[in-house]
Design a protein around this ligand. Structure first.
Ligand code: ADE
Length: 216
């Protein structure tokens, strides 16, 4: 599942430039039964399997025996909602483990013993934590200095200052009767900057008023 997102474009280049290392581990390699099962039935009954604490413990302990980790993050729909501020903070950490859940989730004791942070990428349920881990990875890696060609471009992203980006245009100047705003063709940097700021504020008020009020 990681092959696609991690072997293209920005993340691929970041890995090639040795700005980040990504290692993927299979919990089944840490299973202690002959079928390499990592899940079991829930105590108390109910539909859905639970990931066992033991393979998770063994995997995390084996990783920690090689290096120190700043965070052990569990991707789960009941975690704190991912936002740009969290990605910014995490982009300054050295080593992190992202644990992907499956089925009904992981045994609560594994959460208590090893997890330092729990993150959800949105109020919907995915079939596993892998896509969420890929999203989290992408949002962090692009913030590492040197990863984006033009270093300042991450700074003008939507959300970076709790504000959405202004509209952007490229050639041609006229497309199916719609024109690029004159100000962008004026060459007046100050006016362009003011226009972009006004557009950002307007867009944010219209589309995401909660961002301005700090609610997200
Ligand atoms: N695993 C399943 N759904 C998820 C979500 N929305 N965020 C993070 N991890 C998940």
């Amino acid at each position: 599942m990681f092959q696609g997102p991690f072997s293209h474009s920005i993340i691929k280049r970041a890995v090639e430039k040795k700005l980040v290392e990504i290692h993927i581990h299979n919990l089944r390699d840490f299973a202690d039964n002959k079928h390499k099962n990592v899940d079991d039935y829930q105590f108390g009954g109910g539909a859905g399997m639970v990931m066992m604490a033991e393979p998770i413990a063994k995997c995390i302990e084996s990783l920690k025996s090689d290096r120190d980790y700043d965070e052990v993050i569990y991707l789960t729909p009941d975690g704190e909602l991912l936002d740009q501020k969290t990605s910014n903070i995490l982009s300054m950490k050295d080593n992190m483990i992202f644990l992907c859940g499956h089925y009904k989730g992981i045994d609560e004791r594994a959460r208590e013993l090893f997890i330092t942070k729990e993150i959800s990428i949105g109020n919907y349920v995915l079939s596993g934590g892998e896509l969420a881990a890929a999203v989290l990875t992408d949002s962090i890696v692009r913030l590492i200095p040197g990863v984006l060609g033009n270093e300042s471009s991450a700074l003008s992203d939507s959300f970076q200052n709790d504000i959405l980006s202004s509209p952007v245009y490229t050639r041609p100047r006229d497309f199916r009767g719609l024109h690029v705003p004159d100000v962008l063709l004026s060459g007046n940097e100050k006016e362009i900057e003011n226009w972009r700021h006004e557009q950002s504020v307007e867009r944010t008020k219209q589309r995401r008023p909660g961002l301005i009020e700090g609610e997200i």
